[in-house]
Each structure stands twice: as C-alpha cells, then as structure tokens.
Design a protein around this ligand. Structure first.
Ligand code: FES
Length: 562
C-alpha cells in the first residue's frame, strides 16, 4: 500500500470531528484541494537582530515556494527564538545561549507535533540553532531536512581579510597598545560585510558541515555562502527532496544512526571543527536514543587526521571551501580513504556513497586548503578528551599541535569571565599561567558560557601561545591556543576545579590525555571539606529551570532527561 503522505495532518483536515481546525485552515487561505495535501512545517530561526539570522525568513519564503510548487504540499512557516553568541556581551547574555538550543528543540517539537505537520524543514543559521533543530527532528521522528543559512563572506580592511574574531582580537590589541584608535574602529566597522554565519570553521560552520555529513541537509548545503545564488537554489529544491522523503517514509530515525554520527564527527575532526560539536552530538545522539560517549568521540579523534587549514587555527575561511569542491569533495576524499561510512541514507533518499559518486575529487596540486592524509596538519584529531584528578568525568581540549602537546603552569583563578578581561587590562596575566575560569558550567554559569571574549582578548594581547585556559564553561568555535573546557564535574557541583587555588601547578598533556592538578589527594580532601556550594545564580524563570534540569557537559547538557 502506498505510503500516506498526509498521515499526520489528515487528523485535522479529514476527520469530521475537527470542524474548528478546518474552519481555521479556511481562515488562513486553504482551498478545497489543499485539505488532502501533506503539510510541511517550515521552522525559521530568522530575526532581524544579527547577521547569522537576518536573512532566514527570506530563505524560508523560497523554501515555501519550493514546497508548494509542483509538489502538491502545503508549506507553513513558523518561527522559533535564536540567540547570537556574538551579541551576548560576555557572561550575562551568554548564559542564555546554550539553553536556547533546547528551547529551539522544544519549540519545533511543540509546533510540529501540536499542529500535526507531516514533515519539517528547519531554516537555521547560528551555533545553537542547528543542533536545536536536529534534536527536535530526532524527537519528532517525521521526515525532516535542515537548510543552513550559509556562511558569511569575509570582511576587508587595509588589505587584510577579517571576520568576527578579528573584532574580538582587536580588543586584545587595544589592551596591548598594538592598534591605533582609527584602526580599531576600522576593524570593527569592516569585520562583517552582511548576512551569514561567522566565517571560519567555528561552531556554525562546524555544525553545518557535519550535519550535511550526517545526511540531514542537501549536498553542498554547508558550502554555499549566505549570499551565493546556490543557497537560493537549494531552498527551492528542498520541496522536491521533502516529497521524496515522505514517499519513501525516510525519517531522522533512518538517517541519524551510530554510523552517520560517526560520519559527522569524522568531518568535525578532519576540518578542525569546534569543541562545541562534542556537546551537540552527545545531545543529538541522546535525542535519537543512540548511545554515544566522550570516549567514542576520542576514538574518532584518534583515527581521523586534522587536514584542513581553516580558521581559527588556519588561514582560510568557509567561503573558500566552495571553490575547492565544498564539503562533498572533502567527504568524497574521506570516503575513498575508508574514513566515512558510505551506506548511510540521507535526505536525498540516496546513500552517502551515491550522493558522492559524481562529486569531483579534491585536487591536491591545485588547492592548499585541505591536505592529504599522508601530510596532515596533525595525524589525529584536534579534539582530545582529557581526564585526570582535575576532570574525573572528562573535559574537552582543542589541541591542534601548533602550540605543542603539553602545557604546565601556575593556576590563575578567575571566578567570572569578566575577571580575565580586567586582569588582562591590568597586565596581571603572565606567560606560564593556566587561567582557570570557573563557575561557568551548565548549572554554575548557568548556561555554560562560551569564553569568546577572553580567548580572543588573550590572542589579541599576544599571549595565545604563552598561557593556557581551562574552564567548566565552553570555548567559542573561534578559539585557538591551548584551551580545555567542559571540565566535569563543574565547580557548582563541587568538582575539583572548584578547589584549585592561585599558584597551584597544573599540567595539560595531550599525549597522556591528562588534566592534572599537582595537589595531593589529602590536600584536595581537606579543601573539599571546607567547600560550600554557591547559591544558584537563578532560582526562577528559564535559567532557574535550566539549573534544575540540565545534565552535565559530558552528557551533552540535555534538559529533557530525568
Ligand atoms: Fe551566529 Fe557566529 S554568532 S554564527
């Protein structure tokens, strides 16, 4: 029997017991013939307030046209919230960012389920929007496709290419008196030329590339810049793809599998993607009911070399990737080298291997962005899972090897993200320091803030390769340098990071994968005996609820599990 394409929406459109719903559908413009058509929810995180999201409502209109034109479906656009990390102004705003991922997931789950849509297309653009949308798709289990809003083009000032991180680093240069007032202003005015997500292999481009590898967006979806004509064309083609998914009844359950998660994480490692991907893929896997742990991520990191010279640690931007064949060309190379599973089904209705069959191969003589596996930037992945007496439940380090594989130094405590900015301005952060930013975890922050300002300011101050930063918070995808985040248990829960004192010796070792505090067990036990759990910073509202429900970073900071 043919698959019923409107098997959810027919509850409203066909059953005689639903006259009110049918009256409402007439009210929004339904014609008689529309009542038998499948209904597709188009979830946009579009809003005017930032470049990552400003164009998404416009793209959603193209998606709707594609859904309705020649495809006998009805597209219905709705919006969810979105938060731009770049505009959160340090910890106070940033603490809302990670929770926004779960609100987006909840919102999409709620609308699609309550309104009986037969499928969902998410049009999303910034860091948390993508994993939020994918978590919802996994929960809902109806045909689903993600459309990425696209990367931003680079900015230019005085002959140099710039991006969002340039603006943050300019602040560090200002602290170090390395930039004139005119150039400081010039960098800020010209870093970002318009719409699109932050332009390096930061969290947005990391998630977009790896979600494409996982099979939940169309091939090249992560490679077209926001202003590229191909992005518009992709939006118009989505309807055809959705129709096929409905006909074949391919849902995220078929697409998100252990193997496709491995494909996603393989692309994260190969491209040098953001540490935030660990958090988001742990959460996506849990939403899909697939066991995935930090240790599984380490296994993938061990087997996949880091091969792409992309920002933040490298030279090139995401916009440059399209010229060398985009993410599909990289996937094809990894597939040919046995690092990608080819038999995973994708939103094209075809397997990864079938999608890649006609993709041109990377030309290693002509392009210098992606290196062959025989001469990688680092022979294994840059994301390392460290354990030790400072992180008994794990931590996530980004170690590209460019700064070395080991760092040993003295702790310099910052109880709040803003303290490091003040300390930098006063010249108190010195070579050899391991700056410990704590009480920034999922509960303590709350919201596990990203150390976007501190790390960029450190870089701008010229201390990037001279100090290390460790935290129970997170790092921006734009971070480079010796950094360890996601330290578990977090300080709020009495994890050892809460017990560190100024001047304690700390070792970060990527070879032994250890984060070690050189303090005896006895001394740590005595410090723990006098430790008092801080009052939660919020007891009511969204953040109060978040503190009560969020799981640890090593469990993806999910909020929908007991
Ligand atoms: Fe939205 Fe960077 S702040 S992609």
């Amino acid at each position: 029997m043919a698959n019923e394409l409107n098997k959810f929406s027919k509850t409203l459109t066909q059953e005689v017991t639903n006259p009110a719903a049918q009256a409402m559908l007439y009210a929004i413009g339904f014609k008689e013939e529309d009542f038998a058509k499948p209904q597709i929810g188009i979830a946009s995180t579009g809003y005017e307030g930032n470049p990552c999201n400003m164009h998404l409502n416009g793209l959603s209109v193209y998606v709707k046209q594609g859904v309705q034109a020649n495809n006998d479906m009805v597209g219905l656009i709705f919006n969810t919230i979105g938060v731009s990390d770049g505009m959160t102004n340090g910890n106070d705003g940033m603490r809302y960012s990670l929770p926004s991922r779960d609100i987006i997931a909840d919102s999409i789950e709620t609308v699609v389920s309550a309104q009986w849509y037969d499928g969902v297309i998410a049009v999303v653009g910034c860091d948390k929007n993508m994993p939020g949308a994918i978590m919802a798709m996994a929960r809902i289990g109806r045909p689903a496709i993600m459309v990425y809003g696209g990367t931003i083009r680079s900015g230019h000032y005085k002959g140099k290419k710039l991006d969002i991180v340039s603006a943050f680093e300019a602040l560090g240069q200002k602290f170090a008196n390395n930039i004139s007032d005119e150039d400081y202003k010039g960098v800020i005015q010209n870093s970002i030329p318009g719409q699109g997500a932050c332009g390096g292999m930061y969290t947005a481009n990391t998630m977009a590339s790896s979600i494409e590898a996982m099979g939940l967006s169309l091939p090249f979806g992560s490679s077209y810049p926001a202003t590229h004509e191909g992005k518009k064309e992709e939006c118009k083609k989505i309807g055809e793809a959705m129709k096929k998914l409905l006909e074949l009844n391919i849902t995220p359950k078929e697409i998100i599998t252990r193997k496709s998660l491995e494909n996603a994480l393989t692309v994260v490692m190969a491209l040098g993607g953001s540490t935030n991907a660990t958090l988001h893929y742990l959460a996506i896997a849990r939403a899909a009911g697939i066991p995935l742990t930090l240790d599984d991520i380490q296994v993938i990191s061990d087997r996949v070399p880091f091969i792409a010279d992309l920002k933040p640690s490298g030279k090139y931007y995401m916009e440059d990737m399209l010229e060398i064949g985009g993410v599909p060309a990289v996937m094809k190379y990894l597939f040919e080298q046995g690092l990608i599973h080819g038999d995973c089904i994708t939103v094209t209705g075809k397997t990864v291997a079938e999608n890649l069959a006609d993709v041109p191969s990377l030309d290693f003589d002509a392009q210098k962005i992606v290196f062959p596996l025989t001469s990688p930037i680092k022979p294994s992945g840059h994301i390392q899972i460290l354990y030790g007496n400072l992180a008994p439940e794990g931590s996530v380090a980004k170690i590209t090897g460019k700064e070395g594989l080991r760092f040993e130094g003295e702790a310099k405590i910052c109880e709040h993200e803003s303290e490091i900015i003040e300390a930098l301005a006063k010249g108190e952060i010195k070579e050899g320091h391991v700056v410990v930013i704590r009480n920034a975890g999922p509960k303590g922050g709350p919201g596990m803030s990203e150390m976007l300002k501190p790390t960029s300011a450190v870089m701008g101050a010229g201390l990037g390769d001279k100090i290390a930063l460790i935290t129970d918070g997170r790092f921006s995808g734009g971070t480079h340098g010796f950094v360890v985040g996601h330290i578990c248990p977090e300080a709020f829960d009495g994890g050892p990071i809460a017990l560190v004192k100024d001047g304690d010796k700390i070792t970060i070792d990527a070879d032994t994968r250890e984060l070690k505090l050189h303090v005896s067990d006895e001394e740590l036990a005595s410090r723990k005996a006098t430790w008092v759990q801080p009052e939660p910073r919020f007891t009511k509202g969204m953040l109060g609820r978040y503190i009560r429900t969020v799981k640890s970073a090593s469990e993806g900071c999910v909020t929908d599990e007991a």
